[in-house]
Design a protein around this ligand. Structure first.
Ligand SMILES: NC(=O)c1ccc[n+]([C@@H]2O[C@H](COP(=O)([O-])OP(=O)(O)OC[C@H]3O[C@@H](n4cnc5c(N)ncnc54)[C@H](OP(=O)(O)O)[C@@H]3O)[C@@H](O)[C@H]2O)c1
Length: 431
């Protein structure tokens, strides 16, 4: 029976890998879960190790001396302020860890390493991608593109696996719908709090993002489905040495889900929610950011310096689609223009309003909720996710052709996470 090592065990994606493997104790009798913190109790087949992946390979080898596994899952991640720092730090997390496995000799047991990355692979943080996104789309390398730490991690992984004669898999999830204890960088938490506060203010639900994106398409990744995918991809011979999009299998839009969000919280959508929409009223340019600072990678949005409730931010000068424009006959097509993130209601500004804060305090007191959830919620991140003005469609064809059959409904995923947030006293029980 195989054993597993999961790095990033407390994260939104890593936690579910631990839970998925531990649920199948006969198949996975031993799971080594690695992270700096331990946030919850695990099943009896999970051994938790406090590990700092930023420590040197020698120090880590000492900490890992009794840790061996046939399959390694790497979902550790540190958000940094610039893309160069992301490149350096997240590259170091992975390379120090792999080097430590080599130092302890554990690498001799390793059959396959699964690395979790994401749709930034396609430059979705820079602007409009080519849709649908395919795993063999060209990497955005060269001086005209900012550093992309996923490329660094994949290069490190490929070289290590070649050197040690082991196999690899890489996953590209997008807009993750999931829950991790104590982790608030989560679109579902922020969205739920936005709805709860709007209701407390006596308002109908208004989509705060781009009126254009409201009717466009996005692909989401349920963290539980992603974990099932990782287990499949670790074991299936056909998945060896391949990178895969991992999204739910449906393609969703907010025009479809927003009324369901409203209904879940006992609200209705404001029928003319975009009346008078002028997202361009607070134009800012993030072009020079090279899409860098924390969430200025996501993307320097908002700012409370304007009386307007809206905001508009320009992304990188060239969107990712421009790299393939010639091949796809799109030279000079409007889709190759610099993309924008527009928020009808800028969520950072909204979250700083006194009436909004007071409404959260009131509902949190009344319902016994975690008070700090509001301050920890990632308003910039959600503003970016809802404010993009381009489709984000990831094809699942490659995995399906190789035998993957997993699928979940995106709305049901979101509803499920809202339920977990209620259980964890982040969202109220009452409707
Ligand atoms: N969340 C999303 O919406 C999303 C979407 C697409 C792609 N992704 C990608 O998926 C990957 C995983 O991200 P995530 O969102 O699951 O991350 P996350 O929730 O922030 O979790 C990060 C994990 O890494 C661990 N970690 C961080 N620094 C560490 C260190 N120095 N030593 C040991 N462990 C450390 C954390 O545990 P401790 O803090 O306890 O150490 C935690 O378990 C990343 O590449 C991310 O870009 C995420």
């Amino acid at each position: 029976m195989p054993s597993a090592i999961v790095a990033g065990a407390t994260g939104i994606l890593g936690r579910e890998i631990v839970l998925e493997l531990s649920r199948h104790a006969q198949q996975w009798p031993t799971i080594h879960a690695l992270s700096r913190s331990k946030k919850e109790e695990y099943a009896s087949n999970v051994i938790h190790h406090h590990i700092d992946l930023l420590s040197s390979a020698d120090e880590m080898a000492e900490d890992l001396k009794n840790v061996r596994g046939d399959y390694v899952f790497f979902a550790a991640y540190m958000q940094k302020d610039s893309e160069q720092e992301n490149w350096d730090v997240n590259g170091a997390l992975l390379s120090n860890f792999l080097e430590a496995l080599a130092k302890t000799g554990a690498v001799q047991d390793v059959k396959r390493i699964v690395l979790v990355t994401g749709a930034k692979q396609y430059g979705v943080h820079l602007g409009t991608p080519k849709n649908p996104m395919l795993e063999d789309d060209p990497w955005l390398t060269g001086s005209e593109w900012p550093p992309n730490f996923y490329y660094n991690q994949q290069n490190i992984l490929h070289a290590f696996c070649k050197q040690h004669n082991t196999e690899w898999v890489v996953t590209y999830p997008n807009d993750v719908i999931g829950f991790a204890v104590g982790n608030f960088m989560n679109l579902s938490i922020t969205l739920g709090i936005y709805a709860v506060v709007s209701k407390e203010l006596g308002q109908d639900l208004v989509f705060p993002g781009s009126p254009d994106f409201y009717t466009m398409f996005d692909s989401f990744t349920n963290s539980k489905l992603h974990a099932q995918f990782c287990a499949w991809a670790a074991l299936d011979p056909r998945a060896a040495n391949e990178a895969f999009n991992v999204v739910n299998g449906d393609t969703e839009s907010w025009q479809n889900m927003w009324p369901r969000v409203a209904s879940y919280f006992g609200m209705k959508v404001k029928p003319d929610q975009f009346a008078g929409a002028q997202p361009g009223a607070d134009e800012k340019s993030a072009a020079n950011a090279g899409v860098t600072s924390k969430f200025a990678s996501y993307l320097g949005l908002g700012g409370a310096d304007s009386s307007s409730q809206s905001s508009s931010v320009s992304l990188a000068d060239k969107p990712p689609i421009s790299a393939q424009a010639s091949e796809h006959g799109l030279v000079n097509h409007p889709i190759t223009a610099q993309a924008k993130v527009e928020q009808y209601i800028d969520l950072v500004k909204w979250s700083q309003r006194d009436d909004v804060k007071a409404a959260w305090s009131k509902v949190a007191d009344r319902e016994g909720l975690q008070h700090d959830a509001f301050d920890k919620a990632t308003w910039q991140f959600l503003g970016f996710v809802l404010g993009r003005r381009y489709n984000l469609v990831q094809s699942m064809s490659k995995a399906r052709k190789l035998g993957w059959t997993g699928y979940v409904d995106t709305w049901e995923s979101l509803e499920g996470v809202f339920g977990e947030l209620r259980e964890n006293k982040i969202l109220p029980q009452t409707e």
